[in-house]
Design a protein around this ligand. Structure first.
Ligand code: PBG
Length: 328
């Protein structure tokens, strides 16, 4: 009895060895950036409730953790600061003040781990009493006045040793402005990974818990993008490209795989994607309930982001993935 099925795709799935041969997308720790949180104090390691396994560290415990993760092969971190309310003001002045927690931490990390690439966040929200990424006046977010603050923040971070700056604020013209002030100060080698297509998303919830940085009024819809739009992402990416960005980022990742693909097809710069706090929390919550296999879900999530076209993935799973790699 013979059937005339000529093409049998299952032949390429019949053994682990053959499946490995035909696997199109692979993941490596080299692709990952680990976002981490720092706060004031000593000996602190406090878990973010909505992000099991993710902690806010004081500088001393952060340095210990960095030893561990660099030993696991992680080569880049993205550091975010948590400031107490009394340090925040309208103008986010703490963001560029000499001797402030965040800038001192960057210096200390660079000093101890010179080969580790450090990415920073350029936006006002963790330092702003309004909890917005830009300067607020009469309930409005001012664009051009915000750029001056971002410029000071960017130069201060570069001076402290940042390798890659991540403007996450979505003000118009910020990449060009930051590039100009960096170059004027001699920081021509400091890279910019622009949050090009950053959407006004519900998936940032746990991150805002981690930093106590939720907006005090309103939402971020006048600067972050509408989740319904993809053509608009091309405009944002094109501007960032022209203004001198070194990487284009899409954020969040999972609900925006089409945006990642679109940017990757239209631009030759490396595309990054931010697998955000809420995406991490969803997998962790389901896994803790025994509703799915967390480890398999993690790998599937990361693979899907890479397959869509992201070369770089910012993910809270970075350490867990690195640990898994050392086991196999
Ligand atoms: C702030 C910033 C946010 C994130 C990174 N930088 C939150 C926001 O825009 O409200 C979110 C990261 C995450 O959810 O993991 N500019």
């Amino acid at each position: 009895m013979s059937y005339s099925i000529v093409r049998r795709p299952r032949r390429n799935r019949q053994s682990a060895a053959i499946r490995a041969l035909v696997q199109e997308t692979t993941l490596s720790v080299d692709d990952l950036i680990f976002p981490m949180f720092i706060l004031d104090g000593q000996g602190v390691k406090s878990e973010v409730k909505s992000m099991p396994g993710i902690y806010r560290y004081s500088l001393d415990t952060l340095l210990e953790e960095l030893k561990e993760i660099t030993d696991l092969g992680i080569k880049c971190i993205d550091l975010f600061p948590n400031y107490s309310e009394d340090k925040k003001d309208k103008f986010a002045t703490e963001s560029y003040r000499e001797g402030t927690l965040y800038l001192d931490a960057l210096k200390a990390v660079k000093d101890r781990f010179p080969d580790l690439a450090i990415m920073t966040d350029v936006a006002m929200d963790p330092y702003s009493s309004d909890g917005h990424d830009g300067l607020v006046e009469n309930g409005k977010i001012l664009n051009d006045q915000t750029l001056e603050i971002l410029g000071k923040m960017a130069v201060a971070q570069a001076r402290a040793g940042a390798d890659i700056l991540g403007p996450s604020d979505m003000m118009d013209g910020r990449v060009g402005y930051i590039r100009k002030v960096l170059d004027a100060e001699g920081f021509t080698d400091v890279s910019i990974m622009s949050y090009s297509a950053k959407y006004a998303s519900a998936f940032y919830g746990p991150f805002r818990d981690a930093l106590d940085s939720a907006p005090r009024f309103g939402d971020k819809k006048t600067y972050q993008m509408n989740p319904a739009n993809v053509r608009e992402a091309l405009i944002e990416a094109e501007l960032d490209y022209e203004e001198g960005a070194d990487f284009l980022m899409v954020k969040p990742a999972l609900s925006y795989l089409d945006v990642i693909k679109t940017l990757n097809q239209n631009f030759d710069l490396p595309v990054a994607a931010y697998n955000v706090s809420g995406e991490y929390a969803m997998v962790k919550a389901a896994a803790q309930n025994g509703w799915l296999d967390g480890q398999r879900a993690m790998v599937e999530v990361l693979l899907s982001i890479k397959r869509a076209g992201a070369k770089v993935i910012l993910t809270y799973f970075a350490k867990e993935f690195a640990l898994l790699q050392t086991q196999v």
